[in-house]
Design a protein around this ligand. Structure first.
Ligand SMILES: NC(=O)c1ccc[n+]([C@@H]2O[C@H](COP(=O)([O-])OP(=O)(O)OC[C@H]3O[C@@H](n4cnc5c(N)ncnc54)[C@H](OP(=O)(O)O)[C@@H]3O)[C@@H](O)[C@H]2O)c1
Length: 208
């Protein structure tokens, strides 16, 4: 699959490594430009590109940037794309965003409002990058971690759930984008590496 990854840090770099190793055709971009991505490209076989190049031909685009960078992304290019939102909102890093501070919007809904027309699916936001790198397990393993996947577009969600599974994690349907606050920071499933049943329970037990 052609996959664009925006962000080459902890989470974007990890997904570049893991998805390239699975044979996907990955283009990775960051804020400093392709010339800064030579080492990662050489290590993984991924293509170093601009943000525009990463989005342009991709069937799936992963966003792994500080949330405050989302409004600067070239929104028109994302129209119709499956967009995996791995981002979280941290006020100390991302600044005051009223709709997120008062929790009237999930952070993925806020992102989707900036990227109008994108088929946004929230995934990978609740697992530490190192665990995403190292803790994937074959299906059926007793210690397989479950990862919540939320979104409004059923086809997009199914494709992202298949990617999650191929990376060695049990995908758990976490409902809609508006309900994706249930996997945000400070919820039972955030950073806790539960199995699929534990994720289902944690999503149900989450309180606003
Ligand atoms: N760290 C984790 O374990 C983890 C786990 C789950 C979710 N998350 C979430 O994932 C997101 C990324 O976290 P991270 O830890 O990977 O951050 P990070 O290591 O600081 O990497 C952030 C990346 O975003 C890029 N970036 C920033 N602004 C950009 C822009 N305008 N256009 C293109 N690229 C831009 C940076 O580019 P440069 O390299 O050029 O600076 C960098 O590659 C955050 O929202 C975070 O909350 C993190």
């Amino acid at each position: 699959m052609k996959i664009g990854i925006i962000g080459s840090g902890h989470i974007g770099g990890t997904l570049t490594r893991r998805l390239s190793a699975l044979g996907h055709d990955v283009t990775v971009a960051n804020s400093r430009g392709p010339e800064s991505l030579g080492d990662l490209a050489q290590e993984t076989g991924a293509t170093a590109g601009t943000v525009e190049q990463a989005v342009d031909q991709a069937e799936v685009v992963v966003i792994a940037v500080p949330l405050l960078a989302v409004p600067a992304l070239p929104a028109a290019l994302f129209d119709g794309k499956i967009v995996v939102d791995a981002d979280n909102y941290y006020p100390q890093r991302d600044g005051d965003i009223a709709e997120l501070l008062d929790r009237s919007l999930s952070s993925s809904r806020w992102t989707a409002e900036h990227l109008k027309g994108a088929r946004v699916v929230k995934a990978f936001n609740n697992i530490q990058a190192q665990h995403l790198m190292e803790n994937g397990r074959p299906a059926g393993s007793g210690d397989r971690i479950g990862l919540p996947v939320a979104g409004d577009d059923d086809d997009a969600k199914r494709i992202v759930m298949e990617l999650v599974d191929s990376l060695g994690f049990d995908p758990v349907d976490a409902g809609t984008l508006d309900g994706s606050w249930r996997q945000q920071p400070d919820t039972p499933v955030y950073g806790t590496d539960r199995d699929a049943e534990g994720v289902r329970r944690g999503l149900a037990e989450a309180r606003p």
